[in-house]
Design a protein around this ligand. Structure first.
Ligand SMILES: O=C(O)CCC(=O)C(=O)O
Ligand SMILES: [Fe+2]
Length: 147
């Protein structure tokens, strides 16, 4: 799936987010960011860090499906988009997802000797993800086994 994201300027950028904090539901996302307007932020050392705008560079982000299939080895980082007061921001994203009818779960070879499997198997992660958001739940937490 691919899409364009339009983040419109707002009067009070300190009060309005362009996109709420989330991790991507895909296994890998490739973004082409706006060439002039920054806004994408990731958490690093408990602080929001802005991704610099580099014209023609692609931003590659791993998503939840990768975190699940790698049994937590590869992380699906939380990110958000902030607004600004005067410029429209447009970005292009390509979300690569597993076919909905295929069940995903941690790959056998990546489950350690103690056999700790961190995630249960899940089918149609896109709709599961959507349902979690509707209920205000974090999808990755909902597929995790809790000791
Ligand atoms: O616009 C961006 O740079 C990021 C958008 C995003 O995080 C998303 O669509 O999942
Ligand atoms: Fe995202």
């Amino acid at each position: 799936m691919s899409g364009l994201t339009f983040i419109h300027p707002v009067q009070r950028p300190d009060k309005v987010l362009g996109l709420k904090p989330h991790s991507d539901r895909s296994w890998i996302t490739v973004f082409l960011q706006d060439e002039l307007v920054e806004g994408l932020q990731f958490v690093k050392d408990e602080k929001w860090i802005t991704v610099p705008v580099i014209p023609h560079a692609l931003v590659v982000n791993l998503g939840d499906q990768m975190q699940i299939m790698s049994n937590g080895i590869f992380k699906s980082p939380v990110h958000r988009v902030v607004t600004n007061a005067d410029k429209l921001r447009i970005s292009v994203a390509m979300f690569n997802e597993v076919e909905p009818e295929k069940e995903i779960g941690p790959v056998e070879g990546l489950i350690d000797e103690k056999g700790s499997r961190l995630y249960r198997n899940v089918k149609n992660y896109a709709s599961f993800n959507y349902e979690c958001f509707q209920k205000g739940k974090v999808p990755l937490e909902e597929v995790k086994f809790h000791a």
